[in-house]
Write a protein that binds this ligand. Structure first.
Ligand code: HEC
Length: 131
């Protein structure tokens, strides 16, 4: 009994904290994903060998993944990231393996983990900022 009521108390306190916390917080949410700290290191590690400097990926597709500007510029054919719109961002289509297998990225290598892909997805969803 004692256990039960103290649990209720703790839960109650928790809910109150959440409610007040939500009220006190400014309405604009801080982005969860940072380009510089989360997205760029991942791209450099998994795509950099082919999509920077003298790499084939950069030479053939024109996609330079060494910087925010390069990623947002996209390929010779245009942008691959549409800020705020995950579904029409070709980058996600390729990474999720929803395009033809021959152009799934990274080329001929293991697909990015669900966790890594969700990170990029969230970043695009949050507006693909240079943050
Ligand atoms: C082993 C080399 C290699 C790696 C690693 C690699 N790419 Fe590529 N990528 C290429 C080549 C070569 C092309 C151009 C030929 C093609 O489109 O298949 C290309 C093309 C692309 C294109 C354009 C596709 C199109 O149809 O226009 C995108 C977008 C892309 N890569 C994204 C990435 C991303 C994101 C990563 C990392 C997750 C990555 N690539 C990793 C070699 C690579």
């Amino acid at each position: 009994m004692l256990f039960r009521s103290s649990l209720a108390l703790v839960l109650g306190a928790f809910c109150l904290t959440m409610a007040f916390g939500a009220q006190a917080a400014p309405p604009k949410k801080k982005p969860k994903v940072s380009f510089a700290e989360d997205v760029l290191p991942l791209l450099q590690f998994r795509c950099g060998a082919c999509h920077t400097g003298e790499g084939d990926g950069l030479k053939i597709s024109g996609l330079d993944l060494s910087s925010y500007e390069g990623l947002m510029k996209g390929t010779k054919h245009g942008a691959i990231v549409v800020p705020g719109d995950v579904l029409t961002s070709n980058l996600m289509v390729l990474l999720d393996g929803k395009a033809d297998k021959s152009i799934q990225m990274p080329h001929g290598q293991k697909k990015l983990s669900t966790c890594d892909r969700d990170l990029i997805r969230t970043w695009i969803h949050e507006g693909a900022q240079n943050n």
